[in-house]
Unconditional design. Structure first.
Length: 264
C-alpha cells in the first residue's frame, strides 16, 4: 500500500487491491460518519474512492491529551449506541465480505453475538493460523472450546448490536486540532460492522493508545458497562490476536492460545 500525502488530502493506493477493497473502507467511514453527526467519534472525510485508491482528508497531527482521550471514550459509546441491524451486519447496502487489514472479513448477520463471534471472527482465523503453523493444534482446540461456549450463549448479554469500528488499534486513532479544542481524536481505516462495543475497547487496550485508561473509564461510564466488564476483555481480544497470528507469526498464536485457555 502506497500513501501519498499532499497539502490537503491523503491518497492511499494499492495496485493489487481486490475488488471492493477501498469501497469497503469508504462505506465504513460513511456509516460511522452518520454516528459522528449524532455526537459519535469523528472519522476522516472521504474525497474520492476508486478500485485502486482512496482519497481522504489530510489530518494535521496534534498532541493527544487526556481530555481528548476521555472525549473519545464518550463519543465511542455514542457511535456504538447508534446500532446496527444485526451482529455481523456490514454498512448499509454492502454486499459480500469486507476486509480487516488485507484479510477477508466475513459479513453475515446473526441474532446472537456469541454465535456471530465464534462463527465469523474466531473459527476462520484459527483454522487459517493452524494451517500456516502459527497456531498450535493444542491452541486451536482451546479456541474451539471457547467457540462452543460462545455458540451456547454463555457470553451473551442483553446489549443490542453496536456499530463498531472493528479494527480500532492505536494506529487507527489520530489526534488533530478540533474546532473548539486543542486536540480531538479522529478514526481512520475501519472494518465497520455490527458487533459488541467492548470489542473496540479491547483492541485499543491490546495494541495500546495514548491515555487508554482515560478512554476506557469514560467509555465504561457513558455506555453503562457492568462492573465486571474487564473480565471479558481477553475474549474480545481473541479475534485480533488470531488475525495477527495468520499474518504476523506464531507469537500471536501463542498469545491467542494463552487467552483462549482463560475462557475455555
Amino acid at each position: 500500500m502506497i500513501a501519498e500525502p499532499t497539502e490537503k488530502v491523503f491518497v492511499k493506493r494499492r495496485s493489487d487491491a481486490p475488488q471492493g477493497f477501498f469501497a469497503w473502507e469508504a462505506a465504513g467511514l460513511a456509516w460511522l460518519g452518520e454516528a459522528a453527526e449524532a455526537g459519535g467519534a469523528a472519522v476522516v472525510g472521504v474525497r474520492e474512492v476508486g478500485d485502486r485508491h482512496i482519497t481522504l482528508d489530510r489530518i494535521e497531527p496534534a498532541r493527544p491529551t487526556a481530555s481528548a482521550a476521555e472525549a473519545l471514550g464518550r463519543a465511542l459509546a455514542i457511535s456504538h449506541a447508534t446500532g446496527a441491524p444485526a451482529f455481523g451486519a456490514g454498512p448499509p447496502g454492502w454486499r459480500g465480505d469486507g476486509f480487516i487489514g488485507r484479510q477477508s472479513l466475513m459479513i453475515k448477520e446473526f441474532r446472537r453475538w456469541g454465535e456471530f463471534y465464534a462463527s465469523t471472527r474466531l473459527q476462520p482465523y484459527a483454522i487459517a493460523a493452524e494451517r500456516r503453523g502459527t497456531l498450535s493444534p493444542a491452541g486451536a482446540r482451546l479456541v474451539d472450546r471457547v467457540c462452543e461456549r460462545l455458540v451456547a450463549g454463555e457470553f451473551d448479554d442483553d446489549r443490542p448490536p453496536a456499530r463498531i469500528h472493528g479494527d480500532l488499534w492505536g494506529g487507527n486513532v489520530l489526534y488533530s486540532a478540533g474546532p473548539s479544542s486543542p486536540s480531538m481524536a479522529v478514526l481512520i481505516d475501519p472494518a465497520a460492522h455490527g458487533g459488541h462495543g467492548q470489542t473496540d475497547l479491547a483492541m485499543l487496550e491490546l495494541f495500546g493508545t495514548p491515555h487508554v485508561e482515560r478512554v476506557q473509564h469514560a467509555y465504561a461510564e457513558a455506555a453503562e458497562l457492568p462492573t465486571d466488564w474487564r473480565q471479558r476483555t481477553g475474549l474480545h481480544q481473541l479475534h485480533p490476536l488470531l488475525v495477527h497470528a495468520v499474518t504476523h507469526g506464531p507469537s500471536y498464536g501463542q498469545e491467542a492460545a494463552a487467552v483462549a485457555r482463560r475462557y475455555a
